[in-house]
Each structure stands twice: as C-alpha cells, then as structure tokens.
Design a protein. Structure first.
Length: 239
C-alpha cells in the first residue's frame, strides 16, 4: 500500500474554489459537486505514478479537505478539522480574499489540464515545485510553454531588432550585446505578459504578448507574489 501524495497547489485551489460555493457544514460527500471535483482531481496531470485505487482523491477525501478549510474561516464558529497541512493555510491567505481571481484561476486550471503532461517521476516534481507559480503547476507549465515558443520568440526578437537596433530589457534596459559584444548579440529572454488565468482564453501567442527582458528581471517578474507587470517592476527598480 502506498500513501496518496500530498495535495498540490492546483488541487487546493480547486478545493478552495468549491469551498467558497459549497459549505461542508451543510452537505456531505454525496454532493454532486464534490463528486465532480473528485473526478477532476483524478484526471489532473499533477502526480507521477499516482495510485489509481478508489482512495485517491475520492469524494470522501475531497469532502474532508473542504472541512480542513473550516479551521481557517473566520466566519465559522467551530474548530473544523485540525489536521490539515501548512499549504492549505498558504492557499487560503493568498486567495480567500479575492474570490473573483480564485474562480478565474480555478477555471483556467480545469481547462488547461488537458494541454500539459504529468511529471514522469518525483525528481521532475521537485524541479517543477522550485519554479511553481502561486497559480499552480498546470498554469506554470502553460506559461513557460508560451514564453518558449521558438517561432514567436524569434519573430519578436527580429521585430524589436529591426525597430530599435537592440534587445535591451524593457525593465532595466540591460543589453547583452552592449555588455558582451558579439557573444551577446540577439540574446534576450521573453516574458509572457498575460495573466495566467487568461492563458486558456487565447490558444495562440502573439508577438505583442511577449516582452523583452534580461534573465534577472525575468526571475523577479516570476518571483513577485502576485506577479508584477513590466511597468510595476520598472518603478520598483527605479525606487
């Protein structure tokens, strides 16, 4: 017997989204929406070699997870289930006060899950978690795929070079060619401007969706919680 893997960000975001619509105090694991979420969680490309037994994210497990959120809800006067994980509290603090954002991200995870592949082993999981965005693994993979689309990236770089003569970072103005000479000519990274929750609405990436950035600013854009825009990071740098 193997233990079920810990709940991921994606799964907890979906569970919190349901919690906001279905109060576990007034329902049970027979609720159709809880059963539906169980089916969705079983289909998510999140865990490698997950146990396909009837215990994996079954309706009862989903219901219990909703009850874990009760302990964090200031509007609930009871104690809720106290054996939840730390990540539940993190997800609650990040999303519970912005239900519109929570709902849009949950919808994007459900739609986007069909476009990504599950990790092949635990090493892949650990590597992905290091760079995982608050919106979860599914949308992280989709975002990076859009940023690394070779045809659109090359088209973006060519267009900017023809218009400006350089590939300077749109945040800090760093230019690899200016600093490294021929070695740095034509080198830069691209950042996808669209919010993660909107990735599914447009199935293609246009050159206008990408911003030219240096590696440092790109990491800072991804590191901010919530993400900063190009303009916001530029203002932060200027300060």
């Amino acid at each position: 017997m193997t233990r079920n893997p810990k709940w991921s960000r994606d799964e907890l975001i979906l569970a919190l989204d349901l919690y906001m619509r279905v109060n576990p105090v007034h329902t049970s694991d027979t609720n159709p929406e809880i059963i539906k979420l169980s089916e969705i969680l079983n289909s998510l490309p999140i865990h490698p070699n997950k146990d396909q037994s009837e215990k994996f994210r079954n309706a009862n497990g989903v219901y219990m997870k909703l009850c874990n959120f009760l302990r964090l809800d200031p509007n609930y006067k009871g104690s809720g289930l106290q054996r939840g994980g730390k990540l539940e509290e993190v997800i609650w603090n990040e999303f519970s006060q912005d239900q519109k954002r929570l709902s849009s991200i949950a919808a994007a995870i459900r739609k986007g899950s069909q476009y990504v592949s599950p990790p092949t082993d635990e090493v892949d999981v650990a590597s992905e978690e290091e760079e995982e965005f608050p919106e979860g693994r599914v949308l992280t993979q989709l975002h990076k795929r859009r940023e690394r689309n070779p045809k659109v990236v090359q088209k973006k770089k060519k267009m900017v070079l023809e218009e400006t003569g350089s590939l300077s970072c749109e945040v800090c103005r760093f230019d690899f060619f200016f600093v490294y000479g021929k070695l740095g000519y034509g080198f830069a990274e691209c950042h996808h401007r669209k919010p993660l929750s909107e990735l599914i609405e447009s199935k293609t990436t246009n050159v206008g969706d990408l911003a030219i950035v240096c590696a440092n600013c790109h990491r800072m854009l991804h590191r901010a919680r919530p993400w900063k825009t190009i303009d916001e990071l530029r203002k932060l740098l200027q300060r």
